[in-house]
Design a protein around this ligand. Sequence first.
Ligand SMILES: C[C@@]1(CC(=O)O)c2cc3[nH]c(cc4nc(cc5[nH]c(cc(n2)[C@H]1CCC(=O)O)[C@@](C)(CC(=O)O)[C@@H]5CCC(=O)O)C(CC(=O)O)=C4CCC(=O)O)c(CCC(=O)O)c3CC(=O)O
Ligand SMILES: NC(=O)C1=CN([C@@H]2O[C@H](COP(=O)(O)OP(=O)(O)OC[C@H]3O[C@@H](n4cnc5c(N)ncnc54)[C@H](O)[C@@H]3O)[C@@H](O)[C@H]2O)C=CC1
Length: 229
Amino acid sequence: MRYYPLLLDLHHKNCLVVGAGTVGTRKIRTLLKASPKHLLVLDTAPFSTKLTRLAARHPELVLENRTFSANDLDQKHLVFACTSNRTLNAAIARGCQQRNILCNIIDDPQAGDVVLPSIIQRGDLLVTVSTSGKSPALCRTLRQELDCRFGEEYEILLDLLGRIRQAMLPLGQDSDDNAECFRSLVNSSLLAAIREKDTDEIRTILARLLPKELHPSIGALTHDLFPSL
Ligand SMILES: C[C@@]1(CC(=O)O)c2cc3[nH]c(cc4nc(cc5[nH]c(cc(n2)[C@H]1CCC(=O)O)[C@@](C)(CC(=O)O)[C@@H]5CCC(=O)O)C(CC(=O)O)=C4CCC(=O)O)c(CCC(=O)O)c3CC(=O)O
Ligand SMILES: NC(=O)C1=CN([C@@H]2O[C@H](COP(=O)(O)OP(=O)(O)OC[C@H]3O[C@@H](n4cnc5c(N)ncnc54)[C@H](O)[C@@H]3O)[C@@H](O)[C@H]2O)C=CC1
């Protein structure tokens, strides 16, 4: 395995993107979705209106119209070198290496430590695709295929499973019993019932598969699954 896959919580992390062109802007959008504590973006050219609008909505996003200097790495945890200047990107990579800061170098991935995958997101469900840098074009195509495969019902299913799990674990049942129950829910026709927005059927399935201690909670677990209905 060329890369170690992991999911990073950015809520307490300071990030830096140098270069806000086509690729830099894509990296910025993905970063913002994960709510970093602070995201500084540097570019020598004027920022696009897309980015200035984003900055108006996101106080954590700070755009500065200037070039990079080494002290921009102070207090940073994750850095993206996204300029069209190979020499500058390489200098950022070296600076990050010296200070043990994780970095992504868009024109020389091997000089950095992290590469980004394609992402399919349905609420808290993330399906990611990586080719370890061999073919971003294949990532994109697979992402488009998976986009069709995973509908919004997965977000609702996952929310429901999360609620059930939170209610189940405090019951203190044997963990094998918990696992069997969760697997039976996942393998049931729950997903199809959610796709059909059939609340009665969802409740019937839960009554069949959940331990009896949770039966009184089925109404509360399911009442607001479809806020638009
Ligand atoms: C190594 C990596 C480092 C990194 O950036 O993290 C990297 C590197 C490079 N990409 C290049 C080109 C393209 N990148 C894309 C698209 C994406 N690139 C992404 C990630 C990664 N790209 C990392 C590895 C991911 C992996 O393979 O696992 C995605 C998945 C995520 C994201 O960027 O958010 C996003 C898809 C988003 C989506 O749609 O789902 C397209 C597709 C298109 O635009 O049609 C093309 C043109 C087609 C092609 O080249 O395949 C070049 C220039 C090569 C040249 O000079 O020509 C380099 C530099 C190099 O390879 O040296
Ligand atoms: N990793 C990836 O996903 C991909 C990487 N690439 C590589 O990335 C490079 C950049 O691609 P694009 O974003 O399309 O180019 P772009 O030209 O849209 O963006 C480059 C940005 O860097 C800025 N910049 C240049 N010198 C700077 C400096 N000294 N300080 C601050 N900002 C500076 C420019 O003003 C511009 O906004 C390409 O040359 C290619 O090698 C290309 C496609 C995808």
